[in-house]
Design a binder for this molecule. Structure first.
Ligand code: HEC
Length: 109
């Protein structure tokens, strides 16, 4: 019985430790995958689109960044980073847009 309780406590502690890293939840990874973001973006390197780290750095002191980036993801964006435009993602819900934009902004260097 004692061992079982120890096990339960360990699992609990582990779960809390994992949640503490709120940046890369399975939900956001799934959303990034399902939305195709990762075929053009990575966190560290420019692929077709800018590195998410660079985006976070550029908007680090912009109070409206979540809404600006949500709009860019939803409607597409061109001319801010280079000659390649980003296509619109108009089927994403406002909650998903906000989650993606906020997540991108957590990657400040
Ligand atoms: C077909 C390639 C492609 C896909 C797919 C794509 N992006 Fe982009 N993304 C780009 C390019 C290119 C830019 C730079 C656009 C510009 O210069 O304005 C960009 C820019 C951005 C920016 C910065 C916008 C700004 O206003 O500065 C964010 C944030 C972003 N993408 C997030 C995402 C997310 C989240 C997804 C998935 C829903 C996604 N992108 C899917 C190519 C892509």
């Amino acid at each position: 019985m004692f061992k079982f309780r120890t096990l339960l406590i360990s699992v609990g502690v582990l779960a809390i430790a994992m949640c503490a890293n709120a940046e890369d939840t399975p939900e956001i990874k799934e959303l990034l995958q399902a939305s195709g973001c990762l075929s053009c973006h990575s966190i560290e390197e420019k692929i077709v689109g800018p590195a998410f780290k660079s985006v976070a750095a550029k908007y680090a002191s912009d109070a409206d960044a979540v809404s600006t980036l949500s709009q860019s993801i939803k409607n597409g964006s061109r001319g801010k980073w280079g000659r390649m435009p980003m296509p619109p993602h108009s089927t994403l819900s406002n909650d998903d847009l906000k989650a993606l934009a906020s997540w991108v902004l957590t990657h400040k260097p």
